[in-house]
Design a binder for this molecule. Structure first.
Ligand SMILES: NC(=O)CCC(=O)C(=O)O
Length: 280
């Protein structure tokens, strides 16, 4: 189990939820036919991305199995394709609250994890973009990992990748990769998307991957695209532009130990000098 074929489905997401689910299914099956063993879908894969849409597209999301149209579809497609499926994210309704939530499914269709976006995307980039998820969403309150035959994986959603502590804690707990369904935009994407993925990778000597929706210039939010996989040396292993695509990467898992042997920062930390940094 020292190589993993990972696929990121850069999906064209539109206004019809049923069409988004059907399109996701067909791309997950296509990735599986191409040998993918784990597939990642984008942030907000069943709905356009925007605070005005979340309530309309929201569904309940269980922790122990499917309970709405989208999670039922995810469980079925993981099983049909026989892959580990990181099911992007969907707007989740829980009581009176809404969350931005990722679910993870095993090849038998069992639910392995549920992550609610912890850091909400609230920015004001003068003259470029104002976005405030917190106007309609609540933040999650837990970090998320799941186990596979290849090792443990951490999950974050988009803006979560800006917070190094999250990836650092996952790596110190033994995760070999951080996976981020994400939808950066045409302002922050060119500035920071690849930089952040490579930074999280080099700091922690893990793989990182982020899966975006394809860009739709008719939508209210223009996703950056550029779904990307980075290795533990912070090299870009696979990437794409903004059109619908599937990005494949063959992850040589020995590279995690290899990078840590070559540049042994994991054993050289000086917690005596920064004791307030979580030593997990
Ligand atoms: N959906 C998001 O969280 C977008 C994050 C983003 O664009 C950023 O710059 O951060």
């Amino acid at each position: 189990m020292s190589t993993l074929r990972l696929a990121l489905v850069q999906l064209a997401v539109g206004a019809q939820k049923a069409a988004n689910l059907a399109n996701a299914r067909s791309k997950v099956l296509e990735a599986a036919r191409a040998g993918a063993q784990m597939v990642v879908l984008p942030e907000c894969f069943n709905s356009p991305y925007g605070t005005q849409y979340f309530a309309q597209y929201a569904e309940e999301v269980g922790a122990g199995g499917p309970c709405g149209e989208s999670t039922e579809a995810l469980a079925r497609m993981a099983q049909e394709a026989s892959v580990y499926l990181v099911g992007g994210s969907i707007p989740e309704r829980a009581g009176g609250d809404l969350f931005n939530t990722c679910t993870v499914w095993g090849p038998d269709g069992a639910q392995l994890a549920k992550h609610r976006k912890v850091h909400l995307f609230d920015i004001d980039f003068p003259g470029k973009i104002v976005f405030r998820e917190s106007e309609v969403l609540q933040p999650g309150d837990a970090l998320t990992e799941f186990g596979t035959p290849w090792g443990r994986f951490g999950v974050g959603i988009c803006y979560d990748m800006r917070f190094p502590e999250m990836a650092m804690v996952a790596a110190r707990r033994g995760c070999i990769a951080m996976l981020y369904p994400g939808a950066f935009n045409t302002t922050t994407g060119p500035l920071h998307w690849e930089l952040l993925l490579r930074a999280r990778a080099v700091d922690n000597q893990i793989f990182t991957a982020a899966c975006s929706p394809a860009r739709d210039l008719a939508a209210t939010y223009h996703a950056w695209g550029h779904s990307t996989i980075v290795d533990p040396y912070a090299r870009v292993l696979a990437t794409t532009a903004e059109a619908p695509d599937i990005v494949y990467g063959d992850l040589d898992l020995d590279l995690v130990a290899d990078a840590r042997r070559s540049v042994p920062v994991t054993t050289q930390r000086r917690f005596d000098l920064y004791p307030d940094v979580a030593k997990q």
